[in-house]
Design a protein around this ligand. Structure first.
Ligand SMILES: NC(=O)C1=CN([C@@H]2O[C@H](COP(=O)(O)OP(=O)(O)OC[C@H]3O[C@@H](n4cnc5c(N)ncnc54)[C@H](OP(=O)(O)O)[C@@H]3O)[C@@H](O)[C@H]2O)C=CC1
Ligand SMILES: N[C@@H](CC(=O)OP(=O)(O)O)C(=O)O
Length: 343
């Protein structure tokens, strides 16, 4: 078994990690960390458990430790990080310096030249950037990131459309409240309402997409030159980000060819990877968050409503933001790191 630790294990994403790891065939939990306020308490007391399955018995009485390399056992092979990015920025490098491989969901360093930003089905080869990172930083460990939840929802379809010459993308999101964390948006703000702004989200979609779709030339990632313009909105759904995408292509594929390309999107032979990666719908009113967010155990991307418009090919896409968009994304990167011999 591969021994893993979860940094920020008591949080919204941390709890998803615990849920996903509780019946994982090859990863076993060896340590759970949180803030100094939680350290020393059993997990069941430190975490206000809000996931829709019971707290796994195997972790309920595990003592939460502080988020430092010294507090984590030496024989841990892989670390998952779901810390606030301001905290991650300070501590993740300490773990990498201490020799740990960190698969992180936090947004710090996603754009760094020597940090792999990876979706295993899209750009698994970018993981080899770890060699460059180790040379640059003198680490025995490594830092690998998954993208932002809105970006990860859209990029699988964009990677598929790239075969038709992807030139320009406009996207408008309808993002669930869980993306802001449990206390992120109050009920008075969001009920009977839509908030047409999510701080930093538009820039993340515009830049992270280009890095993910870029080519790794052996020493650096040449970012894709697609132009992405995003408008991000918070809506009153609990989980599942829905996105309306307009993609301008240099070729002129038919709607049927686009559906066929989505259906054939590359998959990965990893425990948490869905097959198919993209679930398609012919019905014009799908995908919908409540109906479709758990496709592929919350790891698939859904797409539908494909049509030709004067502004390009238009479609809707959806993914579960705390599964495929957060904990599941880091977990899948951990499985890829393990399979490719980086642990
Ligand atoms: N919610 C979502 O859908 C998504 C979230 N993310 C990102 O994932 C990360 C975690 O988000 P989320 O789970 O919602 O956040 P939460 O606020 O729910 O959880 C934060 C976690 O970090 C711990 N923590 C806070 N401060 C410190 C500190 N100073 N030192 C050590 N540990 C600390 C908390 O411990 P304690 O309980 O002791 O306070 C808790 O375990 C963020 O970077 C977020 O942007 C990414 C995609 C989606
Ligand atoms: N900003 C996202 C969630 C998030 O925390 O993203 P990031 O991993 O880029 O910090 C949302 O509100 O839905």
């Amino acid at each position: 078994m591969t021994r893993v630790a979860v940094l920020g294990a008591t949080g919204a994403v941390g709890q998803r990690f615990i849920q996903l790891l509780s019946d994982h065939p090859t990863f076993e939990i060896a340590a759970l960390t949180a803030s100094a306020d939680s350290a020393g308490s059993p997990y069941r007391e430190a975490a206000k458990w809000r996931v829709d399955t019971p707290i796994p018995e195997a972790v309920a009485d595990v003592e939460v430790v502080e988020t430092t390399p010294e507090a984590v056992p030496d024989d841990v092979d892989l670390i998952f990080s779901s810390l606030p990015s301001s905290v991650a920025e300070r501590v993740e490098s300490d773990f990498c310096e201490a020799g740990y491989v960190v698969s992180s969901n936090s947004s710090n360093e996603r754009g760094a030249d020597d940090v792999p930003l990876v979706i295993p089905e899209i750009n698994p080869d970018h993981l080899d950037l770890i060699e460059v990172q180790r040379d640059n930083r003198g680490w025995d460990g490594a830092l690998v990131k998954n993208p932002n939840c809105s970006t990860i929802t859209m990029v699988p379809t964009l990677a598929t459309l790239d075969a038709f010459g992807l030139e320009r993308v406009h996207v408008s999101t309808l993002q669930a409240v869980s993306g802001a964390g449990y206390s992120g948006v109050t009920s008075m703000e969001i009920l009977d309402n839509v908030i047409p702004y999510i701080g930093g989200e538009e820039e993340k979609m515009e830049t992270e997409s280009r890095k993910l779709l870029g080519e790794f030339d052996g020493s650096q990632v040449q970012w894709h030159d697609v132009e992405v313009s995003a408008s991000c909105n918070r809506v009153a759904t609990l989980d599942g980000h829905l996105e309306n995408v307009w993609a301008e292509l240099s070729d002129d594929p038919t709607v049927a060819e686009i559906y066929a390309a989505f259906d054939d999107a590359a998959t990965q032979d990893l425990h948490s990877a869905p097959d198919p990666l993209i679930e398609t719908f012919d019905e014009p009113d799908r995908p919908q968050p409540r109906l479709d967010r758990f496709l592929g155990n919350g790891m698939a991307v859904a797409a539908g409503g494909v049509q030709e418009t004067p502004a390009g090919v238009q479609y809707n896409t959806l993914a579960h933001n705390t599964l495929r968009g957060a904990a599941g994304a880091s977990l899948l990167n951990g499985e890829l790191l393990d399979r490719n011999g980086w642990l």
